[in-house]
Design a protein around this ligand. Structure first.
Ligand code: GDP
Ligand code: IMO
Ligand code: MG
Length: 429
């Protein structure tokens, strides 16, 4: 009886929200360990749709939910998300939600800088969510971040904010953007502190106690392996480690507690924002997948780019992330296609390679090598047992398992909570 870490193995939006909710019935606590409100995790229950960015999905079922130290937290965004989710009948109290006292804060200046830098980048834009994620992580690593615990000490807070603002104003001046005022930022933080502090906790200690009572922890990743700052398609990535290796440092449990690593993976590929995407489709098939899959960003509303399943990238994500098995989602979106393609390698200068090259100019030269599979006319939508799947759909799944060298532990066949097939219980391994 172990813990489970849910992580994306593509470019995010793989369906982590739905899977975390489904697994959270078996968990005693749900923990976010990286990212921030750049994430958008969707859960559909009947005609209710929940979209969460900072709050762990556990809150919807009232499961203890923790925002770990590895998350960058915009306190204003957190409170507004708590208010929004309350209007959907989900009550968030300090008994249900805990916030690590050592998490770094996102301040309004981070989002200003994020947007100003994107604006100044012209065609080299990353296509960030504009939420200040990159600048906030830079401040954390630069040892000048304001952390949740700093809100308890208004006397030293002012000095810390001044140090941070001196750095940011130099950058903003360089970008020709308006400077920010340290006193105003400090006052805003002092004002919001009483609303945030009731949620704070010594998370490493709390998780240690939970572990000793043999309770099960579910870790909820954000983004996906190809957006990982080390292992993704750098520089077109987010600013945190999204792979399961970060579960331990981002929550304070230690690497031996990570447990089963479940990679979430769409039955095709999508990406939102700029950057390489070898199997991207620019034709009516890509458009049809996007329309049918309703591929629009949860956070920014941007249309997601769509393409064929890339087994090279997913296999790479599985190896670097130590993934034990995958949850394959959105199989139903492929219903009705005559032919499906899977990328099994890349052709580069006449050779076939089985990894995504780190060198940017080579990324532009690789050509995907495809294997063709027959599609199916039968519907897989809403299937809740393996028997309901047609032979070609099963062949497609089996071929993916072979190519990525990992088993399908869960299969998702619609956005609805219960339209899920359990093949192998990640908590039982
Ligand atoms: P996340 O960021 O990984 O949590 O994924 P998002 O919530 O951003 O995007 C996934 C989208 O796919 C959401 O709208 C989900 O409701 C939807 N979804 C998840 N699983 C399935 C599935 O198996 N079939 C279909 N049709 N939609 C799904
Ligand atoms: P979930 O958790 C998809 C992308 C942005 C951009 C890049 C950097 O819902 O899967 P950032 O604002 O993080 O500096 O942007 O990363 N991105 C995501 N794409 N799903 C996400 O989260 C994402 N979070 C960030 O589009 O390309
Ligand atoms: Mg998302």
């Amino acid at each position: 009886m172990g813990n489970v870490a849910v992580v994306g193995v593509q470019w995010g939006d793989e369906g982590k929200g739905k899977v975390v909710d489904w697994l959270s019935v078996r968990a005693d606590v749900v923990v976010r360990f990286q990212g921030g409100h750049n994430a958008g995790h969707t859960l559909v229950v009947g005609d209710q749709t929940y979209k969460l960015s900072l709050l762990p999905l556990g809150v919807v079922r009232g499961t203890l939910s923790i925002i770990g130290n590895g998350v960058v937290v915009d306190p204003w965004a957190l409170l507004s998300e708590i208010d929004k989710i309350r209007t959907q009948g989900v009550n968030i109290t300090p008994d249900v939600l805990k916030l690590a006292e050592n998490a770094a804060l996102i301040l309004p200046v981070h989002s200003v800088l994020d947007k100003a830098r994107e604006e100044a980048s012209g065609s080299a834009k990353i296509g960030t969510t504009g939420r200040g994620i990159g600048p906030a992580y830079e401040d954390k690593v630069g040892r000048r971040a304001i952390r949740v615990c700093d809100l308890t000490d208004p006397d030293s807070l002012g000095c810390k904010v001044e140090k941070l603002v001196a750095h940011h104003n130099a950058l903003l001046r360089g970008l020709g953007a308006a400077e920010v005022n340290a006193k105003e930022i400090t006052a805003a933080l002092i004002e919001i502190a009483p609303k945030i502090l009731p949620y704070t906790a010594v998370v490493w200690q709390l998780l240690n106690d939970i572990r000793h009572t043999r309770k099960r922890i579910l870790f909820e990743g954000a983004q996906g392996a190809m957006l990982d700052v080390d292992h993704g398609t750098y520089p077109y990535v987010t600013s945190s480690n999204t792979v399961a290796g970060n579960v331990a440092t981002g929550s304070g449990v230690g690497p031996s507690q990570v447990g089963y690593v479940l990679g979430i993976c769409k039955a095709y590929t999508t990406r939102v924002g700029a950057g390489p995407f070898p199997t991207e489709l620019f034709d009516e098939i890509g458009e049809a997948i996007g329309d049918k899959g309703r591929e629009f960003g949860t956070v920014t509303g941007r249309r997601r780019r769509c393409g064929w399943f890339d087994a090279v990238l997913v296999r790479q994500a599985i190896k670097v992330g130590g993934v034990h098995g995958i949850a394959l989602t959105k199989l139903d979106i492929l219903d009705g296609f005559k032919e499906l393609k899977i990328c099994t390698g890349y052709s580069l200068n006449g050779e076939i390679i089985k990894h995504f090259p780190a060198v940017e100019h080579l990324q532009g030269k690789i050509e995907p090598v495809y294997e063709s599979m027959p599609g199916w006319d039968e519907s897989t939508q809403g299937a809740r047992s393996w028997k309901e799947l047609n032979a070609n759909a099963i062949k497609y799944i089996r071929r993916i398992e072979e190519l990525i060298e990992a088993p399908v532990a869960l299969l998702s066949t619609s956005p609805q909570r219960d339209d899920t097939i359990l093949v192998q219980d990640p908590f039982a391994i």
